[in-house]
Ligand binder design. Structure first.
Ligand code: HEC
Ligand code: HEC
Ligand code: HEC
Ligand code: HEC
Ligand code: HEC
Ligand code: HEC
Ligand code: HEC
Length: 263
């Protein structure tokens, strides 16, 4: 569809060119004017055609919601057969039932998973509204959940990509249907964000619980969760968006230890 729209844009351009050439073939001044009108036409066509046709480009600002139909001519085809029939072209056609702020992580996780893979390169602004440095909206609400700059968004998108695919800890959670908000809260995560132990332990139990589960059979004191380091930040070893690494191996290179989400 991207191709179709681009071709349409080109047609407009050549049609206009031909006209101008026919009428004012020899007059340099007029030709310059024709060129200007081509430019003007193009500028007018831009917001309708070119921008609307490329949801893949982060526009770098708030604008009209692009249509889901550019990629899904029939949105029901990507929903389960038990799903109520839906008509509509934008994320607004979903929010009547999937209301913002309600507990429906399955919905948000599945949408993010399907569109978050960097290979698919679907812009956040297909569903969200964003003005750099000012606001990032949830669909169907005017409530900003953050104010990322363009540079911040690069980092957020990178983190997003390691959640949507790959083998790091964030991706292991994505496969378990756990979205950004279950680790980071409802706000859009910022650069340098981290996660406190309490959040991890809510789901995984205390250091004592963990130590019981990860007690080595052979050398019982070589336990990553019960050592002379005490109860340090989980993120010393468990990184979510970059490879995890076992601190102990920095000094005890003879220990045999591996970690989920490591290299
Ligand atoms: C630039 C292309 C593009 C746009 C625009 C787009 N999608 Fe998708 N969508 C995809 C791709 C690719 C998939 C994966 C399809 C597959 O796996 O077969 C997908 C999958 C889905 C799924 C299936 C999720 C699942 O768990 O199986 C849903 C639902 C969906 N999209 C909804 C939407 C909605 C709603 C919009 C508009 C707000 C939208 N999409 C806009 C490309 C797009
Ligand atoms: C008429 C109400 C209604 C509308 C409108 C609606 N949904 Fe749903 N949706 C439901 C119900 C009910 C369920 C749970 C039943 C099911 O999964 O089939 C559901 C479930 C889902 C799920 C699965 C969630 C999970 O936990 O795995 C996804 C994904 C989803 N909807 C996407 C969408 C998208 C995208 C749109 C807009 C294009 C949309 N829905 C519009 C009622 C609706
Ligand atoms: C296909 C639609 C779609 C795309 C694309 C999309 N989102 Fe979302 N996003 C949603 C929906 C729907 C919600 C849930 C809103 C609600 O609570 O009702 C949501 C919620 C969120 C939240 C709140 C926490 C959470 O996990 O529910 C964050 C943060 C977020 N999105 C970030 C992003 C970022 C960053 C991108 C781009 C990399 C992105 N989204 C792309 C549809 C989308
Ligand atoms: C909302 C609950 C929840 C939160 C919060 C959470 N996790 Fe998880 N975690 C899970 C689930 C569910 C899995 C997948 C379990 C599975 O695959 O059986 C998982 C998987 C893991 C695994 C991989 C286990 C394996 O054997 O492959 C590790 C390690 C882990 N989490 C550590 C953490 C750390 C560290 C934090 C905090 C930064 C955290 N988790 C936050 C629920 C959570
Ligand atoms: C010193 C490094 C280190 C720290 C700090 C650490 N872990 Fe681990 N963690 C590991 C290693 C290594 C493994 C793999 C153990 C194994 O395979 O037996 C592991 C495994 C896990 C697992 C999967 C095993 C299971 O049975 O659940 C979870 C979940 C987990 N850690 C959570 C946490 C949480 C939560 C914290 C913070 C409270 C934490 N870890 C702190 C190194 C660490
Ligand atoms: C399992 C919990 C977990 C989930 C799920 C998760 N994160 Fe993170 N995130 C972390 C941890 C822990 C850090 C701290 C850095 C690290 O260890 O990788 C972090 C760091 C970040 C950072 C700062 C990165 C930097 O380079 O400064 C951003 C941005 C971020 N996360 C965004 C997201 C987004 C967006 C999602 C959802 C698509 C998400 N995270 C899902 C745990 C999680
Ligand atoms: C900065 C270096 C350093 C790190 C990191 C480190 N240790 Fe140690 N560890 C030591 C030193 C030094 C000793 C004391 C050596 C001695 O007395 O022979 C020691 C002793 C030990 C011992 C008892 C003696 C032995 O070699 O069996 C165990 C068990 C141990 N560490 C486990 C751990 C575990 C588990 C971790 C990760 C959570 C860890 N260490 C991280 C430096 C470190």
């Amino acid at each position: 569809m991207l191709l179709a729209k681009t071709t349409k844009g080109k047609n407009l351009e050549t049609r206009c060119m031909r006209q101008s050439i026919r009428k004012r073939e020899t007059e340099g001044f007029m030709r310059r004017q024709a060129l200007l009108s081509v430019l003007l036409l193009f500028l007018v066509a831009c917001p309708l055609g070119v921008l609307g046709a490329s949801p893949n480009k982060e526009a770098g600002g708030m604008r009209g919601k692009p249509s889901c139909m550019e990629c899904h001519p029939d949105i029901s085809a990507v929903l389960s057969s038990s799903h109520p029939k839906v008509a509509g072209k934008t994320i607004d056609s979903c929010t009547s039932c999937h209301r913002a702020g309600k507990e429906h992580d399955g919905y948000s996780v599945r949408l993010h998973r399907a569109h978050g893979d960097p290979a698919r390169n679907v812009a956040c602004t297909v569903c969200h509204a964003w003005s750099p440095g000012k606001s990032f909206f949830l669909p169907a609400t005017r409530i900003s959940i953050g104010a990322p700059s363009k540079d911040d968004m690069q980092i957020v998108r990178k983190a997003f990509a390691t959640w949507a695919s790959g083998s790091y800890l964030a991706a292991l959670h994505q496969k378990g249907n756990i979205g950004c908000s279950q680790c980071h809260g409802k706000q859009l995560p910022k650069p340098d964000d981290t996660v406190e132990n309490g959040v991890c332990c809510n789901c995984h139990g205390s250091y004592e619980d963990l130590a019981k589960r990860t007690m080595p059979i052979d050398f019982k004191d070589r336990n990553p969760h019960n050592s002379h380091y005490g109860q340090i930040a989980c993120t010393v070893c468990h990184n979510a968006h970059t490879p995890s690494k076992v601190l102990c191996l920095d000094c005890h290179s003879n220990f045999k230890m591996t970690i989920p989400g490591g290299r």
